[in-house]
Design a protein around this ligand. Sequence first.
Ligand code: CIR
Length: 255
Amino acid sequence: MIALALVRGVPSTFARAISARPPDVPIDVARARAQHAAYVAALRSLGPTIVEIPADDAFPDCVFVEDAAVVARGAALIARPGAASRRGEVDAVAAALAGRAEIHRMEAPATLDGGDVLRAGDSIYVGLSARTNAAGAARLAEVFGPRGLAVRTVELPPGVLHLKSVCSPLGNDCVLVAAGALPASTFRVARVLVAPPDEARAANAMACAGGALVAARCPETQALVEAAGLRVVPVDTSELAKADGALTCLSILVD
Ligand code: CIR
C-alpha cells in the first residue's frame, strides 16, 4: 500500500529550468503552479498522504522531485543527478525521507536521475542515459539487490531524456510504453500496454494504488489504462512539460 507521496513546489525561477528545446512560448510560472496544484489534488484523490517539500529558488528544476531519490522496500537511495545544476536539490529530499526510509547515498563518478528508474514487481529497470551512468546503476543494485529487487539496465535511444520519458509502471505486472520506443522484450511483465504514436507523451502515467493520473487529451491511452482496471484521472501539466517534465517526475511514492 502506498502510504505517502512526496511532492515539491514550483520555484519562482522555474522559467529557467533545463529544457532540451526552448519552448516557443516561454514558461508561465503562475500557470505551472496552478497545474502543479491540480496534479497534487489529483494524486491526493488516489489515496496517499501528500507531503510537500517547499520549493527552493536556487534550483529551477526542483519541482521534478522524482529525480532526487529512489525509494523501495524501506530504503531510499539519494540520487546524484546527472545535471550538475540539479545536484543541490537532493538535500531537502533526503531530509524529508529521513525517518521514513533507510537513507543511502551515492558518490562521484556515479550519476543517476530517478526518472531513469522504473520498478515493476521484483525488478528495477534503469535506463542508461545522458543523466544516469553505469556506476549509478551499479549503486542502485548495491542498495536494492539485497532487498530482493533485481536491477536490469536498459540502453536508451539517443535523444530520450529518461527511461520513464517513454514508459511507466502500472502496478507490479504491467508497463505502459510509447509505441516503438523500446524493444518488446525490455520488460519481464505479464502485460505491456502501448500508447499510440500521437499520444506518446501519455506513456508516462502516474499509477498509485488502484488509479493512475494520465495526460489530458490522450483518450486512447486513457481508455487502455481504464481497460487494465485502473481508475483514470486526466491531468494537464503542459506548462511543466515545457521543461521536459511529465507525470511521474512530480512525485515520489513511499510505501
Ligand atoms: C531536467 O532536464 O532535468 C528537467 N528539466 C526535467 C526533468 C524531468 N524529470 C523526470 O521526468 N523524471
